[in-house]
Design a protein around this ligand. Structure first.
Ligand SMILES: C[S@@+](CC[C@H](N)C(=O)[O-])C[C@H]1O[C@@H](n2cnc3c(N)ncnc32)[C@H](O)[C@@H]1O
Length: 223
């Protein structure tokens, strides 16, 4: 992401008081500078006007990245971390993000209604295997018009990157950034089979850039 976009997005997360907590600001700036996630997702969604459901949206960074990229589709983010949703909603409001809303939702027990595009970014591993399959089948059925399903996830394998991803997720839980520990890492073949059986055409490519993690981007649309 361009340095000026990264700085502008991060500034929206800066505390209003000079002595306020700068954690979100620093996290957002370093994430946007180091992780190729958002450029990859923006590219995958570009050209579609379909409303976007962002499952496990965290601080709602994708909504900011979309608007900075000139993408105007309606955005709805859901996450089970009520504190993050509160901050996401407050920052989006202050930044004047158009057509963006946020809700607390536990995707392990609730699957939302939606038609359009779906993003699930760095979230799957926090759900048990059966809940992942149910979520993905439901997400596939949500695709409408030129809607796209965009997933980013660490894949299960025995590579060094795979091990570093698992350690990184456990550390994020240990320092309190993630409320929950990872439950299950999906593998490429099972993901592809499930989505193709649901009638989607799937493309899968590495998306780790200069990071040490085993992150892949999957983009799917109706065949
Ligand atoms: C690594 S963060 C990714 C956040 C965001 N998708 C992004 O890419 O910036 C994983 C997110 O998944 C959320 N999450 C984990 N388990 C969840 C569940 N059962 N239901 C909803 N959200 C969940 C976490 O609260 C966290 O915000």
């Amino acid at each position: 992401m361009a340095a000026h976009d990264a700085r502008a997005i991060a500034r929206a997360f800066a505390p209003r008081h000079p002595l306020g907590n700068r954690w979100d600001y620093c996290y957002v700036l370093s994430k946007l500078r180091s992780d190729p996630l958002y450029p990859g997702v923006l590219e995958a969604l570009r050209g579609s006007q379909a409303p976007l459901l962002d499952m496990g949206c965290g601080l709602g960074l994708l909504a900011h990245a979309l608007r900075h990229d000139g993408q105007r589709q309606p955005y709805r983010g859901v996450d089970n971390d009520a504190a993050k949703i509160r901050r996401a909603d407050g920052v989006a409001h202050r930044a004047g993000l158009a057509a963006s809303r946020f809700e607390v939702m536990d995707l392990a027990t609730t699957l939302p209604e939606h038609r359009g595009s779906v993003a699930i970014l760095d979230v799957l591993q926090y759900l048990p295997a059966e809940a992942q399959s149910a979520l993905l089948r439901r997400a596939a059925a949500m695709l409408d018009g030129d809607g796209r399903l965009v997933l980013r996830m660490a894949l299960a394998d025995d590579s060094r990157r795979g091990r570093i991803s698992r350690i990184g997720d456990r550390a994020a839980n240990w320092i309190g950034w993630m409320q929950f520990r990872p439950r299950h890492y999906p593998d490429a073949a099972s993901l592809r089979t499930l989505l193709e059986q649901a009638g989607l055409r799937v493309s899968l490519a590495p998306l780790y850039g200069n990071t040490p993690f085993n992150n892949w981007l999957l983009v799917a649309h109706r065949a």
